[in-house]
Design a protein around this ligand. Structure first.
Ligand SMILES: NC(=O)c1ccc[n+]([C@@H]2O[C@H](COP(=O)([O-])OP(=O)(O)OC[C@H]3O[C@@H](n4cnc5c(N)ncnc54)[C@H](OP(=O)(O)O)[C@@H]3O)[C@@H](O)[C@H]2O)c1
Length: 338
């Protein structure tokens, strides 16, 4: 068999400021042979997660830093083209940790072990609402936020992958939902498709004034994807026994200097509030429960999904950058071939 060439993106240097193409090196390498227990996957779809920005800048490999020279890692969906694993056969569609490359050799181990894609689950859903994205929203809303009917629920990054599922789950659980997002198009989508009660465009509107008008009794649950000044505006409007779900802090991922902390945190004392961070990986054992609930909600039309699909592996760095410019609406994916 002729040797396969693997076009790929490797980390060339640690980004300073916004990521650019020149932080990565585009090249080709031969596909290595397989050891026992490994599979060769032809990558078809890649998922983009904002936290990669932290792992590209960090030097702490034990905590997830991407080593200089390594292929950029990404969750993805592909097809097994060679197998030395008894549970995965050639032709199987699989989902797991792949990378910004055409082929990945892997043993499929890790916090999300590689699995065969169930029949009928399209790759965009497996990487979106029925994957880590949906699971993050599910555990953030149901378990950490413990949203109750009649409560007021606010999310930032609300038109993004996790945020758009979070607001719809909270709505389904009977909360009044308010989404904060950048731009009219995103806010219109939130009201029309995600059916939130109100949307706030943080780029053009006075967020403090809008929150005061929309939440006269305060905020019960804040699902924070962003961090920064909006977190402060919410803290001071938190209701008694309010909860702040710390899902992500994308506004800080690209900054070099440490950002100031929220100055309104004493509200947590006065309102008996709680602010709690979580990682979706904390809940691996409950993934089947989340998957069942999310599948049912999607099939019932109660959660509407939106994907933003780029095409062509050569576009991976600029596709990743879309998460930080806010160009993506919904789950940012890349399809390797049109
Ligand atoms: N805890 C966990 O286990 C876990 C798991 C997965 C993801 N996360 C976190 O969840 C959050 C959302 O991830 P996602 O995959 O769903 O991404 P996403 O929301 O689909 O995309 C990122 C969005 O963030 C917004 N944004 C970017 N820079 C910003 C800034 N400086 N200030 C305010 N907003 C900014 C943009 O939306 P706008 O146009 O609206 O600004 C952009 O579209 C991230 O913080 C991520 O790290 C956490």
């Amino acid at each position: 068999m002729p040797e396969r060439t693997n076009r790929q993106w490797r980390l060339a240097r640690r980004p300073v400021g916004p990521v650019s193409d020149s932080d990565f090196a585009w090249g080709a390498a031969p596909v290595p042979g397989l050891a026992d227990g490994e599979v060769l996957v032809r990558n078809r779809w890649l998922s983009f997660d904002p936290h990669l920005a932290v792992d590209l800048r960090s030097t702490n490999v034990a905590r997830g830093a991407v080593p200089i020279g390594a292929v950029v890692p990404a969750l993805g969906v592909g097809e097994v083209v060679e197998s030395r694993r008894s549970d995965l056969a050639v032709g199987d569609p699989v989902c797991g940790m792949l990378g910004w490359e055409e082929f990945t050799v892997t043993d499929g181990k890790g916090f999300l072990p590689m699995f065969r894609l169930p029949e009928g689950v399209p790759p965009p859903l497996a990487l979106g609402v029925l994957g880590m994205t949906g699971m993050t929203a599910y555990f953030g809303v149901r378990t950490v936020g413990a949203v109750r009917p009649g409560e007021t629920f606010v999310a930032s990054g609300a038109a993004g992958a996790v945020g758009s599922v979070a607001v719809q789950l909270a709505r389904r659980d009977g909360a009044r939902t308010i989404g904060i997002a950048g731009g009219r198009e995103k806010c219109d989508w939130l009201v029309r498709e995600a059916r939130v009660d109100a949307a706030i465009d943080y780029r053009t509107e006075d967020v403090a004034a809008r929150l005061t008008a929309l939440c006269p009794k305060g905020i019960d649950v804040y699902f924070d994807n962003v961090g920064g000044p909006v977190l402060d505006l919410v803290l001071i409007r938190l209701r008694r026994f309010g909860r702040v779900v710390l899902c992500g802090a994308i506004s800080r991922y690209e900054s070099v200097a440490p950002a100031p902390g929220p100055s309104n945190y004493p509200s947590l004392i006065l309102r008996h509030g709680r602010m709690e961070g979580f990682l979706v990986s904390d809940y691996v054992e409950r993934f089947p429960e989340a998957l069942a609930a999310l599948s049912e909600a999607v099939h019932a039309g109660e959660i509407r999904t939106r994907e933003d699909v780029a095409v062509g592996l050569e576009n991976a760095p600029r596709t990743f950058a879309r998460l930080f410019s806010g160009e993506n609406l919904g789950k940012q994916l890349l399809r390797l071939e049109a």
